[in-house]
Design a protein around this ligand. Structure first.
Ligand code: CA2
Length: 155
């Protein structure tokens, strides 16, 4: 059977990102996860893509979503792995394993924060990483992903 990719992208948010806008606004801003998902839907639509947004506090569930992306022939992945970015070889391996173009996003500038946030296992598996743009980073990630997969802006 032909392995045709769909026009769906997965936007995956990891642990504690459900708290966006609820606490620590000085670090993460005032926008909520619902705002992020709305932004992603609109940004994806500009390229004729559909953003399927998921959030999980479970490493295992996030790995399941990445595997599901391959089974469903998803065109690309935008992932904010939260703190698992800094710890999870398993997420790294899942992204490498599915061979789907993946962009890493962080809301905050992880390099101006604690040194334990300076390393990302996900970054080694992603074709690009963005941080420090606040939730605008998701729009930039989708735009870059669209270019990578050859999805053009629609009029
Ligand atoms: O800057 C990012 O997007 C992070 O991925 C956010 C993670 C953090 O562990 C990463 O180092 C960088 C944290 C998720 C959000 O956690 C919150 C906790 C309390 C209130 C609001 C958000």
């Amino acid at each position: 059977m032909a392995n045709t990719t769909t026009n769906t992208i997965y936007v995956l948010n990891g642990p504690n990102l459900n708290l966006l806008g609820i606490r620590e606004p000085e670090t993460y801003g005032h926008a909520t996860l619902a705002d992020v998902e709305k932004l992603c839907a609109a940004a994806a639509a500009q390229y004729g893509l559909t953003a399927d947004c998921r959030q999980s506090n479970s490493e295992s569930e996030l790995i399941g979503y990445i595997h599901e992306a391959r089974e469903k022939h998803v065109a690309g992945i935008v992932i904010n792995g939260g703190a698992y970015s800094h710890t999870s070889i398993a997420l790294h391996d899942a992204i490498v394993g599915v061979r789907i173009p993946t962009v890493e996003v962080h809301v905050s500038n992880v390099y101006t924060r604690e040194s334990f946030r300076h390393h990302s296992f996900i970054a080694k598996a992603a074709f690009a990483s963005l941080c420090g743009f606040g939730i605008e980073g998701y729009r930039l990630a989708i735009s870059g992903l669209a270019a990578k997969i050859g999805a053009n802006a629609i009029a």
